[in-house]
Design a protein around this ligand. Sequence first.
Ligand code: SAH
Ligand code: SF4
Ligand code: F3S
Length: 458
Amino acid sequence: MKRYHLTTFGCQMNEHDSERMKGMLESLGYVEAPERDEAELILFNTCSIREAADSRFLTHLGEARKLKRERSEVVVGVGGCWAQSLKEEVFERFPFVDVAFGPGQVHMLAEFLTSDSLSAQGYFEFEGFTGHLPSRRTRPFQGWLQISVGCNCACSYCIVPSTRGREVSRPAGELVEEVAAMAADGVREVTLLGQNVNSYGRDLPRGEDGQRASFAGLLHKLDAVDGIERIRYTSPHPKDMREDVIRAHAELASVCEHIHLPLQSGSSRILKAMRRTYDRSRYLDRVAMIREHLPDVAISTDIIVGFPGESEEDFEQTLEVVEQVGYDSAFTFVFSPRRGTEAATITEDLVPHPVKSARMERLVELVQREARARSQRFVGRTLEVLVEGTSRNDPERLRGRTSHNKVVNFTGLAAPGELTDVRIDSATSQTLAGEELLRDRVTRALRASPNPPARAAR
Ligand code: SAH
Ligand code: SF4
Ligand code: F3S
């Protein structure tokens, strides 16, 4: 039996694609090797979103080269966004790579592995969804759903449109079927994936009723699938965040109380240079609409500091928006010029490295302060938690996530995959801590039991 080892870098779409790669490999008879040096097939699913992602991957690729020198039968395969952005150049620069493929060509890996081809092969067309391939889920009760691939936006800093191609949505009927199958297989939480999920359906033909498929419509259809308790999605684009989607959060029990709304910058001038197609006031209008319908919802965001031309004043506007919105959490990034992007060609007014770092420090400090303050609203409340496993710091405790996407460490008895009630006793900027309500748990177990002892005793 042949063994493979796969290392995944990058975003949730890559995690999804890797689960599909594993499913496909296992259907070909491969088994997963616990360590890279035990595998005959060494695979990487790569990311190129920032320079740091590239360099981290190159260290790993160097190790694969070494292993191949020691055992010449080893096959090295590189998939994902980094491979797509370099295409055939991969083989010139890294001649020990046997197969390279982009995110739209994962299925061709099977073709390569079952052919007799000894020469290096590259597959870089944008075609096919990885969502059509068999899957091996990391956690049996959580599933990804690829609702669309690609991105039609032109954010000037971003490499993704060139690595994932134009946006293509999958038909809703197919997605409902996939989620129903997941539910039958034990999945309770599904996360819808796309680069811009809320522009879903614009490329699909109109239905028989003459209506276009919409993201809110898809949420309604998926909420109706029995057995799915939680629906999450990432990422929406603020320009497409419409009231129907916000209402879906309020109306549909399974849609989680969390919205990720990437800001990138609080300065309209910088947003324009980033080609984000909204300005500060439009973004804040969206936040106001969200808060009006969903006063308790958690809002998270992505922010870039040090975009070319960002002045102290621009940066202070970002700080102002962060303060005004009060994010529950934020991912913060230092601008990184990416090959082939418009922003990478800007040579004037670049922000010096020490200034970027100092701004990042100020931003992170504010984000944490806001997040800490926001999470205090949960203290004293009882929240439903989906148990994911044992706590990372304390094996005696459990770890799970609330609908608000807050990690909770707690004492209790529940098993991974169960939904249970936890009383929250304390909160930091990142995590909550509490105790499972065991009395409710016992009552629930008795109710669920076909032969409740109380009745049997009667
Ligand atoms: N499609 C998603 C995610 C894109 S990548 C979206 O639009 O929200 C995730 C985040 O990485 C982006 O939101 C952005 O904040 C950051 N990012 C992308 N390109 C970057 C670059 N060149 N430098 C620094 N951060 C970047
Ligand atoms: Fe990149 Fe912008 Fe598309 Fe997100 S919306 S993937 S940031 S181009
Ligand atoms: Fe990275 Fe590609 Fe995702 S560049 S962040 S793996 S879409």
